[in-house]
Design a protein around this ligand. Structure first.
Ligand code: PLP
Length: 373
């Protein structure tokens, strides 16, 4: 099945008992057993739930992986993946990963003995330079949040394979519609499904897809042992969101392209970060450039002016919903990164991040047009 059909029919398509075209919400904690240990495949909903399983099979189909896992948030998914490692293991991370990823590594997993380096993975030499005898994984985001740096997934996978490391990719910004890391050599793909996959700003969820049976068994053990699962209703809501992923992403991409081009022509915009701009051979790993744009305004008064005149766009954290959302990363999503590190990364106080929604693009541009106001 091709991708547009797979988002509609992938995973578990409907319900064979009743003919219902959507997967039922199995709002149950436990399952009756005929005899001790004799059951229909489900014992307890932390271990397995049919609605969650439908969401998990769907994301595994879309990412082209071996098995999927659904968690209560993106951070629960990320934390569960990091539990694959042990005290004394070392992981190389992209340096401008999602702020919450930096925080959980630096404030929680560090205390459990995890060693780490945050490096600019857009230059693969930085990965090679930071390899240590105890390095066990490379963890990348591409494009990164909020500066849209690209990392060559296939190139990183070659380094990973040569050194017996796992390659983990946070694919939240792209979704499997635009980028499929497992086909490029990644071992684990993860998502904040709160964003484009859910797509309607009505859900917090996380997903993990692994490429082989061994990893699947280890991830399922962690999911069941730690228990950071996604509930049945939210699993159903997530499936409902994913069914329209392809059509939504097309519009996000189309609108973002127009807005990014328009922004480059405005005198009060100092710099535009958009993966579709500029000549970068790594762009070929993506089918299109997504709905995220960051831009630097010429001074802080422009930031205030921009945020005080919004009609269509909402000032809010998060991204990937049908509605356009704008944020100031230094004060919002990335506030947990120390100021000196933010400065070095280029996340200044005049940097604004826009999650382009699927409204009429003229309305979004009207909100951004400072020369009109
Ligand atoms: C939002 C986000 C996360 C965290 O996900 P939650 O669902 O908020 O827990 C992780 N990675 C990226 C790239 C994100 O945008």
């Amino acid at each position: 099945m091709k991708f547009n059909s797979l988002v509609i029919h992938g995973g578990i398509d409907g319900d064979k008992h009743t003919g219902s075209v959507t997967v039922p919400i199995y709002q149950t904690s436990t399952y009756s057993q005929e005899k001790v240990g004799q059951h229909k495949g489900y014992e307890y909903s932390r271990t397995g739930n049919p609605t969650r399983e439908a969401a998990e099979k769907l994301i595994a189909d879309l990412e082209g992986g071996y098995r999927g896992f659904a968690f209560g948030s993106g951070m629960a998914a990320i934390s569960s993946v990091l539990m694959l490692f042990q005290s004394g293991d070392h992981i190389i991370f992209s340096d401008d990963v999602y702020g919450g990823t930096f925080r959980v590594v630096d404030k929680i997993f560090k205390n459990l003995g995890l060693e780490y380096s945050f490096v600019d993975t857009s230059d693969l030499d930085n990965i090679t330079k930071h390899l240590k005898s105890n390095t066990k994984a490379i963890y990348i985001e591409t494009p990164t949040n909020p500066l849209m740096k690209l990392t060559d997934i296939q190139g990183a996978s070659v380094i990973a394979k040569e050194n017996n490391l796992l390659l983990i990719v946070d694919n939240t910004f792209m979704t499997p519609y635009l980028q499929r890391p497992i086909a490029l050599g990644a071992d684990i793909v993860l998502h904040s499904a709160t964003k484009y996959l859910g797509g309607h700003s009505d859900l917090v969820a996380g997903l993990v897809v692994v490429s082989n049976e061994g990893l699947a068994n280890r991830m399922h053990f962690i999911q069941n042992a730690v228990g950071a699962i996604l509930g049945p209703f939210d699993s159903w809501l997530l499936i409902k969101g994913i069914r329209t992923l392809a059509v939504r992403m097309d519009r996000h991409c189309e609108n973002a392209k127009k807005i990014a081009d328009w922004l480059t022509q405005q005198s009060w915009v100092k710099k535009v970060y958009y993966p579709g701009h500029g000549a970068n051979p790594i762009k070929d790993q993506m089918r299109d450039y997504g709905g995220m744009i960051s831009f630097e305004l010429s001074d802080e008064t422009h930031v205030e002016k921009l945020l005080s005149n919004l009609q269509t766009i909402t000032l809010a954290e998060s991204l990937g919903g049908v509605e356009s959302l704008i944020s100031v990363p230094a004060q919002m999503t990335h506030a947990s990164i120390p100021p000196e590190i933010r400065e070095r990364l280029g996340i200044s106080n005049t940097l604004v991040r826009l999650s382009v929604g699927i409204e009429d693009v003229e309305d979004i541009i009207a909100d951004l047009n400072l020369s009109d106001q």
